[in-house]
Design a protein around this ligand. Structure first.
Ligand code: NAP
Length: 311
């Protein structure tokens, strides 16, 4: 198939493009930068230069590629101060709202039969009530922390727009927290370094449940979704949702660091805001049963435990 990947040069895009090419697809990879065209060539894609926030550029790029499938992996996360979560996600939120709308319009104009978009499963998107591990049928958080409201609203917009596009088969992949090459959870990268330098404390009871996914496993699931998923939402997470109180000390040990510091919630709130406290104490994990069943996908790293040491 001819597949148009928006976000082809990012952490997930770099893993996804070569796998799609290997599977026999013709991939058109989008970037804003002329200078990243060579990288896209090396990954096996036809480079396409366009700004995702410019509807005319997106329409032209998609119109020229005439894909059968569009994959939306656009984010612009960068450094995040948890106290100002929505501020630091503002550009990503635009990519999830305007960016999604532009790609959908361009896709509709050329009649794409499938539209696969990046959703959120691992960073506190699910409602913080009931059991610790959520399925796709469980609701998204109706009352997010104040600093996360715009971000949750953008995630909802993306999901509703993609699933509501009746002219195509819309799929949303709610990825777990990425780790591995090109992510912030990799040797020398930001989060691993914070843990190694004991600057990632355990807040409150550390009862927030995180679902991780190795970025290569996320890419494998995405190839499966491009080829055989059907309209709907899929959690793309590993088999081992775990509370912060479990994975954070294990990661510190793996990195040869001292045990993480423990701080009460009110101290956590001072340094990481309400969003940070929610992430550490209150978020829910996700189940991958549907993705396994319907996509025939299995993560090569079923648990963050061995995945972190492999990374
Ligand atoms: N589920 C998760 O845990 C999750 C999800 C997403 C990101 N992250 C993490 O967040 C960190 C930073 O990621 P990031 O958001 O900077 O993403 P990234 O990995 O650099 O990828 C962003 C992609 O979006 C493209 N893009 C952004 N704005 C664009 C625009 N206006 N027009 C066209 N393309 C645009 C970029 O293309 P060009 O730059 O080439 O134009 C790039 O291909 C990484 O550590 C990643 O692992 C985690």
């Amino acid at each position: 198939m001819r597949v148009f990947v928006a976000g082809a040069t990012g952490a997930i895009g770099k893993q996804l493009v070569p796998r799609l090419v290997e599977a026999g697809h013709e991939v058109h990879g989008m970037t804003r930068s002329e200078s990243k065209q060579a990288m896209l060539h090396e990954l096996g894609a036809v480079p396409v230069v366009a700004d995702a926030l410019d509807p005319d550029q997106v329409a032209e790029a998609v119109g020229r590629a005439r894909p059968e499938v569009i994959v939306h992996q656009l984010t612009a996360i960068g450094a995040v101060d948890m106290r100002y979560f929505d501020r630091d996600f503002a550009l990503t939120n635009r990519l999830r709202t305007e960016g999604t709308d532009h790609l959908l319009s361009a896709g509709q104009a050329v009649g794409v039969r499938r539209f696969v978009a990046q959703g959120v499963g691992g960073y506190g998107a699910y409602a913080r009530t009931g059991g610790p591990v959520k399925t796709e049928q469980d609701p998204l958080d109706p009352t997010p922390a104040r600093e996360m409201r715009e971000t949750l609203a953008a995630i909802r917009h993306l999901e509703e727009a993609v699933l509501g596009a009746r002219w195509t088969e819309g799929l949303v992949l709610r990825y777990g927290v990425f780790y591995g090459p090109g992510t912030s959870l990799a040797p020398g990268a930001e989060q691993f370094e914070l843990v190694r330098r004991r600057k990632f404390p355990l807040v409150g009871d550390g009862g927030g449940v995180w679902s991780f996914i190795h970025v290569a496993d996320a890419a494998e699931a995405t190839v499966a979704a491009v080829e055989r998923g059907s309209r709907g939402v899929y959690n793309v997470v590993d088999d081992d949702p775990a509370p912060v109180a479990k994975w954070l000390p294990a990661l510190a040990q793996e990195l040869g660091a001292k045990k993480p510091m423990r701080v009460p919630r009110f101290i956590g709130r001072l340094f990481a805001g309400e969003a940070g406290v929610v992430m550490m104490t209150d978020v829910r994990g996700a189940s991958n049963a549907k993705a396994k069943r319907e996509l025939g996908w299995r993560p090569a790293h079923p648990s963050w435990r061995e995945g972190f040491s492999a990374a």
